[in-house]
Structures are given as C-alpha cells and as structure tokens.
Design a protein around this ligand. Structure first.
Ligand SMILES: NC(=O)c1ccc[n+]([C@@H]2O[C@H](COP(=O)([O-])OP(=O)(O)OC[C@H]3O[C@@H](n4cnc5c(N)ncnc54)[C@H](O)[C@@H]3O)[C@@H](O)[C@H]2O)c1
Ligand SMILES: [Zn+2]
Length: 339
C-alpha cells in the first residue's frame, strides 16, 4: 500500500507492509544508515547492502557523528545522485535527515523507522538535527524525506522499555488532540499493543495522521506546530542532563505542563490525575528530582524562547491545547514542585 502526503516543501511517499525501501530506489545508489543495536537485531535488512553503522544512543547524536558519516559517504563514493535511508529509532532518523540535507548540499533520503517513537513521531515532519552539549536538537534542518516505510513487524525486536518510551509520544498526541485515543489508551497497556499488531498499526496510523495534519498546516513551526512540543520544554531541559531516554523525559515534562495548566489556565486537577495514571500504566515516570538551577540554564536557551518568555504548551482539558507564553519564574516554580 502506498500513500502520498503533500507537505508545503514537497511530497512524502508513505509505504506500509514489508520494508520496500531499497526496491523503491532500485537502480539508484542506496546507502543505509543504522545503529549497532538495529544492525544486530534486524540483520536481514542490511545483508548485501551498503550500510553505515553508528554507535547507538542519544549521546552519539552530535556533530562528530555527522562528520564520521560524511567521511563514510565519501569512502563509499556517494554522489548527489545517491540516496541515504535511515533505518532505526529517532536518533538514526534525526541524524540521517541532517546528513542527507547537508551532504553535498543535499541528497535524497528516506526513513524506515524501527522504534515506536520513530514510527509515530521522529520520522514524520522533516525536523532533523543533533545536540550540542546538553542542548537538544540545537542545530538542524527542516527538510522532508522522500519516503517513509512504516513496517510494524520491525517492532518485534524492540525492547519493552523502548515501547514505553514511544508511548510517551502517543500519549502526547492523545492529550493534545484526541480524547477518544486517550480513553482507548486508558483501557490497555504495553503488553496489549505488543501482542496485537492490528491495534498497534491503528495507533501508528492515528499518530502519523495527527502529525501530518499539523506539519502540512505549519511546516516551519510558526504557529500550531508548536503544540507538538507539549511536555518537551521541561523534557529538553532534563533529558541530557540526566541521560534520560527521550520518552521518559517527555512523560515528566507532560506532568510539569499539567501542573502549569492547572495554575495558569485553571485546568481541572482530575485531568492531571488521569494523565498520571495512564503514564504509570505505560511504565513511564511521572516525577523527577530536578536540579532546578541547572535545568533552568538549559531551558533558557530553548528554541521557543522570546524576550524573557517561553511559548509553553498547556491544556484546557484532554484534547484541547493552547500556546501560552510563560515567564521563566513561573516555569521555575513548577520544576521545583515536580520532585
Ligand atoms: N525529529 C523529530 O520530529 C523528533 C520527534 C520525536 C523525537 N525525536 C528524537 O528521537 C530520538 C528518540 O528516538 P528513539 O526513542 O527511537 O531513540 P533511539 O533511536 O535511541 O532508539 C532507542 C533504542 O532502541 C534501539 N532500537 C530501535 N529500533 C529497534 C528494534 N526494532 N529492535 C531492537 N532495538 C531497536 C536503538 O538502537 C536504541 O538503542 C531523540 O533523539 C529525540 O530527540 C525527534
Ligand atoms: Zn518528542
């Protein structure tokens, strides 16, 4: 099955079912990029193919890895006609997109996401980038891939903790836009979705649908795309500081946002409790003992900062989100209460 989605900057072809990515580009010079875990877990994807393997983990999402990959591409004699396919979790797809957008000033690229998080979020929308020090995604590009292959069967080797991390983003979409999804998530858990491919396929399609809709409307994050940062302002301040997986940091960040929603918008406390119990149901953390001054140093460099305020994403209730500029002091107080 194939679907084409048109973003303002170009079309993205979505493929589902068995990964066909190499076949899509038959006759072209295709180079796969993956990490060591994915290369070991899904070796059949790489057999007989030009593959660049990077070390796994967020700590390698930095400029030295970009340089290493560019050198590998030169060694493989990649030209402007080559195609780079990122096969892996969000770290691999973010890096692959960034390399492809900049190598020889831009080559074609596609993604075959292999984690829940990358399938529902990171591989969609064209944001690609790497960290500088503790600052998340502070250098990057917005360039859409040519193709995305969504193959739920690749999740069979994904560790349980990574399923939980991915569900943090699923829960994010539910909080922002989709009360029925929130209610459905409340009835199930990770084990249910791991054992029910049809239900998981449905979750991926729903989340990809939400993300496509937002990115088509506002590809360069001038307005409503900011909503997708729900939970992410606090998350980005603590993720690299404490080496937390992205999904766990987002879970904690969403709880901070709920507290701010109560304080600033008068949101009913029952919504905070409902989110707390869903996050716990999906084995995600709901609090963290944060070193607030250090987190604030990072947060003050957030990309959503403008003249002493940060555009924070708050909820009126589940399914109704707003962009609310907040002063640093208000955010600082909420972080103090999050331990
Ligand atoms: N660009 C975006 O719009 C966007 C959106 C959300 C998140 N992100 C980024 O995504 C990253 C997080 O993504 P992630 O959670 O996928 O992290 P990840 O890429 O580090 O993957 C998590 C772990 O699972 C392993 N893995 C992945 N697929 C596997 C499989 N099928 N079998 C076995 N092991 C597998 C990886 O090797 C890694 O160890 C963060 O850097 C975050 O900033 C980007
Ligand atoms: Zn995220």
């Amino acid at each position: 099955m194939q679907e084409t989605v048109s973003f303002p900057s170009g079309d993205v072809h979505f493929y589902s079912g068995p990964v066909q990515i190499a076949a899509i580009y038959s006759g072209r010079d295709v180079i796969l990029l993956t990490d060591e875990h994915v290369a070991a877990a899904l070796p059949h994807l790489f057999e007989g193919r030009k593959t660049i393997i990077i070390p796994a983990g967020e700590q390698h999402k930095h400029l030295q890895t970009i340089e290493y990959i560019c050198k590998q591409l030169l060694e493989l004699e990649a030209t402007r006609a080559s195609v780079l396919i990122g096969v892996g979790g969000g770290v691999v797809t973010d890096i692959a997109g960034f390399v492809a957008a900049t190598y020889m000033r831009g080559i074609a690229f596609g993604f075959a996401p292999t984690s829940v998080l990358a399938m529902v979020d990171a591989a969609i929308g064209g944001k690609n980038g790497v960290n500088i020090g503790l600052h998340k995604n502070i250098t990057g590009t917005i360039v859409q891939p040519d193709s995305i292959s969504l193959d739920v069967s690749l999740l069979s080797t994904l560790p349980a903790t990574e399923w939980s991390n991915g569900f943090a983003e699923v829960i994010k979409y539910a909080c922002l836009f989709d009360k029925p999804l929130f209610d459905e998530l409340g009835k199930h858990d990770i084990t249910y979705y791991r054992n029910n491919t049809t239900a998981m396929q449905q979750i991926i399609e729903t989340c990809v649908g939400w993300k496509n809709k937002i990115v088509i409307a506002d590809e360069h994050e001038k307005a409503e795309r900011k909503l997708l940062n729900f939970g992410h302002t606090a998350a980005h301040a603590i993720e690299n500081l404490y080496d937390l997986p992205h999904g766990q940091a987002v879970a904690i960040g969403m709880m901070v946002a709920m507290q701010l929603s109560e304080e600033v918008l008068g949101m009913d406390h029952s919504h905070t409790e409902a989110l707390r119990s869903i996050l716990q149901q999906y084995d995600l953390p709901v609090a963290y003992d944060i070193d607030v001054p250090r987190a604030m140093e990072i947060l003050k460099m957030d990309k959503k900062r403008a003249s002493g305020n940060i555009d924070y994403i708050l909820l009126h209730d589940i399914g109704h989100a707003v962009i609310q500029p907040l002063p640093f002091t208000t955010i600082e107080n909420a972080l103090h209460q999050c331990g």
